[in-house]
Ligand binder design. Structure first.
Ligand SMILES: Nc1ncnc2c1ncn2[C@@H]1O[C@H](COP(=O)(O)OP(=O)(O)OP(=O)(O)O)[C@@H](O)[C@H]1O
Length: 295
């Protein structure tokens, strides 16, 4: 459904996109992840036909994105990374205007989404918080029930409850056989929703994997505080990846060896245990390391 073939764009200072190749099949959700400035939005802007590539091409549903930009923009559900709104409008005014432009008569889907995201649409957009504006953008992208959705960091600015509502919406749309590409900084979000993911760095696709493999490289760090020095020694003597963090407190990094970790804990008197979500940078770094070693 979405094809990117040899897509290249050269900006100044060696920035841009370099020979990107990937495909998102109909009914698939594709996560596009990478650090700041990697080229995610630039790829997405090519897909929406806003930028002409220097080399290569991208297409959606058989239509070249640059040559059919108007049709692509009309048909695709698009959420830009930074939404620009018209001055002096309320949320409802903006959504209604979009509907008129799309000649969409039914307001059922729009109102259902407004309800789901608990958006006060009467508020003037200029008075809206970042999260509220993001909700307007999400509703605008989904309300005409497009077959293809291209979403640039859709959960940015949303609180955890609304992130959950968004993830449920994506899972529902996946059931409806929609094709979705979304960029994100959040591995958790991608993990919960996507079938496959592309990792981009410095304009190059460094990994294109199904989620199963990416899950297997995810590591978790546990902070464990035990009751006695004896227990502490027991942990440090094990083959687990450990780092002492304070009196009787240790960080244990677990990746694929959960069983060993659980067994070790069962032999100790644990006073406190906590885990922190691993940040994406950490996953990338580890992933690259592995690739280097495994080459
Ligand atoms: N029109 C342009 N002219 C010159 N350089 C550009 C242009 N557009 C983007 N860039 C550069 O290309 C690189 C990729 O930018 P892009 O916005 O695609 O990154 P991103 O992965 O979406 O980052 P973020 O996560 O911060 O949104 C950046 O270094 C950016 O400064």
């Amino acid at each position: 459904m979405i094809y990117v073939e040899g897509l290249s764009k050269h900006f100044s200072k060696g920035k841009g996109l370099f020979d990107l190749n990937f495909e998102v099949k109909k009914g698939e959700v594709f996560g596009y992840i990478g650090p700041n400035g990697a080229g995610k939005s630039t790829t997405i802007r090519h897909l929406m036909g806003f930028i002409k590539p220097d080399r290569g091409q991208s297409s959606i549903n058989g239509m070249d994105c640059w040559n059919n930009a108007a049709r692509i923009q009309h048909q695709t559900g698009y959420l830009p990374g930074e939404i620009v709104f018209l001055e002096g409008m309320s949320g409802l005014g903006f959504l209604s205007l979009l509907q008129k432009m799309r000649k969409q008569e039914s307001t059922r889907r729009r109102d259902e989404l407004i309800e789901r995201f608990q958006l006060d649409v009467k508020t003037p957009i200029r008075k809206m918080s970042k999260g509220m504006k993001q909700k307007v953008g999400i509703i605008a992208a989904f309300m005409h029930d497009p077959q293809v959705l291209i979403l640039d960091e859709p959960t940015s600015g949303l609180d955890p409850l609304m992130q959950r509502v968004f993830i449920d919406l994506i899972l529902e749309e996946k059931q409806n056989n929609k094709t979705i590409l979304m960029s994100s900084h959040s591995f958790q979000e991608i993990e919960r929703t996507c079938d496959s993911a592309g990792i981009i760095k410095d304009g190059k696709l460094v990994a294109l994997e199904d989620m199963h493999l990416l899950r297997s490289v995810q590591r978790r760090v546990f902070e464990v505080k035990v009751k006695s020095e004896y227990d502490m020694e027991h942990i440090l003597r094990s083959s687990l990846d450990t780092e002492v963090k304070g009196p009787r407190t240790v960080h244990v990094t677990v990746q694929g060896n959960d069983q060993e970790f659980v067994q070790m804990l069962s032999r100790c008197e644990v006073q406190h245990i906590d885990t922190r979500p691993q940040d994406l940078e950490d996953i990338f770094m580890h992933y690259y390391d592995r690739r280097e070693v495994g080459k």
